[in-house]
Design a protein around this ligand. Structure first.
Ligand code: X90
Length: 280
């Protein structure tokens, strides 16, 4: 069996070793620049340029044509799995579904399953890692669909942000949610809601208070170790402290730290931490 995996660039990985994996970029757009969020993007240079830039910024998701081009040829492929950013905040999922419908009409022997992660960043990474494991075991397509659907019920995303300016400016968080954050030292702790929207848990003074709240929230959600992925936007020390705390509470935990890609860097902003985790 040969399966192909795809994700849009909301997932914070750029390669997936040992899998036939294609990343489909979103774009971060200003009136001067169009940043393609692929492996070649210099996220530091982008963040620096955006800090100096005073105009409007926005993002755009892949079109159905972008997705279809990335599906590639069905030759020798037994099925395709696609993971997208939450469909509640982006058109990526709908575009991938439209592309999948067209592709399957033309390639009836190659089924495509599109997964709305209802999340972003490190939670899609967990789904992709699980898909890599499942597709590597030569299981039939339908079995993999059933298993990944079940697994997605047991993953979640919690995040800590110092600013939700870019989210609010682009209509992905309310003005109300944006208020107070951005004040010096205030952190917002939130989760991806079951519907895939931004759900604020609370606002806290300082990163340590926010970290403790985030971990308490994870425990309440059924976290008790397992696999977790932390993505940080220029906050390596915050990510390491989070990893240290998780490993201390649950020694049976395997945590990877990585940097946010372009899309999540833009929205999570400087200092942001996103934690994807498994739960009961
Ligand atoms: O289609 C597009 O242009 C992309 C829009 C993406 C909007 C949301 C990005 C969120 C990035 C920020 C914190 C986590 C929020 C999680 C909510 C599910 C990361």
């Amino acid at each position: 069996m040969h399966y192909r995996l795809l994700s849009d660039s909301s997932c914070d990985i750029r390669t997936l070793d040992g899998a036939d994996f294609t990343l489909v970029p979103l774009h971060i757009i200003t009136s001067e620049q169009d940043y393609t969020d692929d492996a070649a993007l210099d996220t530091d240079a982008m963040a620096d340029a955006l800090r100096r830039y005073r105009g409007r910024t926005s993002t755009s998701c892949p079109s159905p044509a972008d997705w279809e081009a990335a599906f590639g040829s069905a030759e020798g492929v037994d099925g395709i799995f696609v993971v997208t950013i939450t469909g509640a905040l982006s058109g990526s999922y709908n575009a991938a579904c439209a592309a999948a419908a067209r592709f399957m009409e033309q390639n009836p022997g190659c089924p495509v399953h599109v997964i709305d992660s209802r999340s972003t960043g490190p939670e899609p990474v967990l789904l992709l890692e699980k898909l890599r494991a499942l597709t590597g075991r030569d299981l039939p397509f339908g079995q993999i669909v059933a298993d990944i659907t079940d697994y997605a019920q047991h993953t979640a995303l919690v995040f800590i942000l110092s600013s939700v300016q870019n989210l609010a400016k682009n209509g992905r968080a309310s003005r109300l949610q944006a208020e107070a954050v951005g004040l010096l030292g205030i952190r917002i702790v939130g989760q991806a809601s079951p519907e895939g929207t931004l759900d604020v848990i609370g606002k806290y003074r300082g990163e340590e208070a926010a970290r403790i709240k985030a971990i308490l929230h994870m425990k309440k959600q059924g976290w008790s170790g397992g696999r977790a992925v932390i993505a940080h936007c220029r906050n390596e020390s915050g990510a390491r402290m989070m990893r240290g705390a998780l490993c201390e509470i649950c020694p049976d935990t395997e945590v990877t730290v990585l940097r946010t890609g372009g899309l999540c860097s833009f929205y999570a902003e400087e200092g942001g931490l996103l934690i994807g985790y498994e739960r009961a």
